[in-house]
Write a protein that binds this ligand. Structure first.
Ligand code: GDD
Ligand code: MN
Length: 410
């Protein structure tokens, strides 16, 4: 493969109507500044005439087409393109003319500064705009999604699908495992990009066709965020989830107690409420906090969790009572001692849960090593394993020529 300055990766699904407008505009923009660029279209076997169209466009423009026959998905299409790219700089944009091709040179030029690792064509910096037709719901939706990514990155528009980075940043990023649409955010986090430059753009409505961003993609975004939080914050994120579950469990405990008191005598009602809350906590922790172990036998885990709660309660009781007995200062502040007891008990319970109750013994799908960006149920499992178990090779940049079985236009 002969290298070039820039590969513009355009993921497509049913975009045949937009490509004849997009490709000449990209070509004019890059030629204007003398960039040696290729346009790499990664199509997921669209049921339109994308292959024929690309063949015709390739006669006049630097277009290359990669068709994925069986895979679907925006993020994995982008990663596939990055692995096939010839350019030293990789730029990603949508096919639907939402992203102005005329801004490409500015995005690429920002990477001339060696301090900058990532450049975004941003909708949320001064000078930028979104299409006037955006309703309140779409605006709010985009803002909430951005806000949820705040602990991961401070950039104003981490949701953007218009961005550029060096190929070396891609190759040295931690194994990529995105679900859904937010491949830019995945690359910022896993590529450990500290210096991100945002260039204002005007985000237009798509020219032809309809968006593929469905409600399912929004759910995928939350699942993707959880993986990124786990990647960035490790055990601290699990502790936070565990405490949130504990808090919710307290609500369940009190609510069910109030209901059960109408039916049962005091002691039985209190016991049943505690049991209900413990079961509720178990289910949430198995499903979310320690989801890497959710394929382990549930009954064994449940028994171990109840035992661990009992130990936690013991530590709580021991600390609360012991502190008062041993230290007269605490005897005057029994509630403070009880609070320390509760914190100690919860901490103990967390440690037991993490390293004993919800330990993932079997490495689910270990045979299927996740290739960068190909999210499969197996790689989803691996992503939630502790770092020491989840080690995978970094993202390989393919030096091999494009497979012949695929319709290639170059
Ligand atoms: N190969 C491939 N496979 N391409 C896909 C797929 C897929 O499964 N799904 C979508 N695409 C392509 C589309 O053809 C288009 O070129 C681009 O990905 C974006 O898809 P749209 O359906 O136009 O998405 P959008 O406009 O709702 O979302 C865009 O804006 C968001 C911010 O509002 C994207 O750029 C998002 O990444 C971005 O977060
Ligand atoms: Mn779009």
């Amino acid at each position: 493969m002969t290298p070039c300055d820039l590969t513009i990766i355009v993921p497509t699904y049913r975009e045949a109507a937009n490509l004849p407008v997009l490709v000449p505009r990209i070509t004019a923009a890059v030629h204007h500044v003398g960039l040696d660029a290729e346009i790499l279209i990664v199509d997921d076997n669209s049921p339109d005439d994308t292959p024929d169209l690309c063949r015709r466009l390739a006669a006049e423009f630097p277009v290359r087409l990669e068709v994925r026959q069986s895979e679907r998905g925006l993020s994995s299409a982008v990663i596939h393109g990055m692995r096939q790219a010839r350019g030293a700089v990789l730029l990603v944009m949508d096919a639907d003319l939402s992203h102005p091709p005329e801004k490409i040179p500015e995005l690429v030029a920002a990477l001339n500064d060696p301090e900058i690792d990532f450049v975004i064509g941003s909708r949320y910096v001064p000078g930028a705009a979104t299409d006037e037709s955006w309703g309140l719901f779409r605006k709010l939706n985009s803002r909430v999604a951005t806000w949820l990514a705040r602990p991961l990155t401070r950039v104003a528009d981490p949701m953007a699908g218009f961005f550029a980075l060096r190929k070396t940043t891609f190759a040295s990023a931690a194994p990529l495992d995105p679900i859904g649409y937010k491949i830019g955010l995945e690359l910022i986090v896993k590529g450990r990009c500290r210096q991100v430059r945002e260039i204002p753009i005007r985000f237009a409505d798509r020219l032809h066709g309809t968006s593929k961003l469905t409600l399912r993609e929004q759910v995928n975004y939350v699942r993707h965020l959880k993986r990124l939080y786990e990647f960035q914050f490790g055990g601290w994120f699990h502790l936070l989830l565990f405490l949130a579950v504990g808090l919710a469990g307290m609500g369940v405990d009190l609510a069910s107690y109030a209901v059960l008191l109408a039916w049962l005598p005091l002691a039985a009602a209190r016991g049943a409420a505690i049991w209900t809350a413990m079961t509720f906590n178990f289910w949430l922790n198995r499903r979310f906090t320690f989801s890497a172990a959710r394929r382990e036998p549930a009954l064994r885990q449940y028994a171990a969790f109840c035992l661990s709660c009992l130990c936690g309660a013991g530590v709580n009781w021991g600390l609360s009572v012991g502190l008062c007995r041993l230290n007269s200062a605490f005897d005057g502040h029994r509630l403070a001692a009880a609070m320390l007891g509760a914190v100690g008990g919860a901490g103990f319970n967390f440690l037991l849960s993490r390293s004993f109750v919800f330990r993932a013994r079997t490495r689910v799908g270990a045979a299927a090593q996740p290739q960068c960006g190909v999210s499969s149920p197996a790689s989803a499992e691996l992503a939630t394993l502790p770092a020491s178990l989840g080690q995978e090779p970094a993202n390989q940049v393919s030096e091999a020529p494009v497979r012949e079985s695929e319709p290639v236009v170059s």
